[in-house]
Design a protein. Structure first.
Length: 259
């Protein structure tokens, strides 16, 4: 059995707009259903989630099912993180502040986000913080990097203990939403974090495209998609052709290893 966990690029339940008022479930096979394995697939991907939940969902499924032999993680944008002990997530904070996320995240969650606004203003030193300013705070960058790499390491240790192969790749641009100076700062900080060295030398894991950013010689899958590979009309999700391309990238680049 294979567990696959990712965000909206990996979920079989994605809905796409066919006009301004109607949406349908995407009518094509996703990349996860076109891999070169014969095993049953359990897909726990969910739209809109960050790497913390992507990995957490995989861990939950791994503990639930006893016959898992492979886990595949398709990482989302790293900015979809939460500061520990807070509901705050930088990517959606601006939308919550403008009350555009009520229906997506629910009124309870939105109210909790709003209660944390003062905390974020303290972190950024601004009474009216912009999302760009929040991205550039040292705490935000350190949290984003350490939480993602730590969670991957924890999952790798669990998979190793259970004799399960683990493949991890970066689906979306990791530093999406950052300007060039911020991307350079994040890359520099990434190289300075202890978990980067741990991941760089870690055995018992297949890190496809590591270290996931072209700034360090890595790559992410979404970069290979062009306009004809996407749904279109403002929707950047992969269409049928896009999913075929993503599946091909995985099938051509994953590596087996002894467990």
């Amino acid at each position: 059995m294979i567990i696959i966990s990712g965000d909206s690029f990996s979920t079989p339940n994605l809905r796409v707009l066919i006009d301004e008022e109607m949406s349908i479930q995407a009518p094509w096979k996703i990349w996860a259903d076109q891999l070169s394995f014969d095993d049953k697939v359990i897909n726990v991907s969910r739209s809109g989630i960050g790497n913390d939940l992507i990995i957490r969902n995989a861990i939950d499924a791994l503990l639930k099912y006893s016959n898992v032999n492979r886990v595949i993680i398709a990482l989302s944008q790293w900015v979809r993180f939460s500061i520990r002990g807070r509901f705050f997530n930088p990517q959606i904070f601006k939308g919550v502040r403008d009350s555009v996320k009520d229906t997506l995240y629910g009124k309870r969650e939105t109210n909790i986000f709003r209660k944390d606004i003062k905390t974020i203003e303290t972190l950024t030193g601004s009474e009216e913080p912009e999302i760009k300013a929040m991205f550039n705070t040292p705490l935000a960058i350190e949290t984003m990097i350490d939480d993602t790499l730590r969670d991957i390491y924890i999952l790798q240790q669990l998979c190793k203990q259970r004799g399960v192969r683990l493949h991890v790749f970066q689906m979306l641009q990791p530093w999406a939403g950052f300007d060039e100076s911020a991307r350079n700062a994040i890359t520099k900080e990434l190289l300075n974090r202890d978990y980067f060295d741990i991941m760089d030398s870690l055995n018992g894991i297949d890190l496809i495209g590591w270290p996931f950013t072209p700034l360090l010689g890595g790559y992410f899958f979404d970069k290979s998609l062009i306009s004809i590979d996407r749904v279109g009309n403002g929707d950047a999700h992969p269409n049928k052709q896009g999913h075929i391309k993503l599946a091909g990238m995985f099938n051509e680049n994953y590596k087996e290893y002894k467990v």
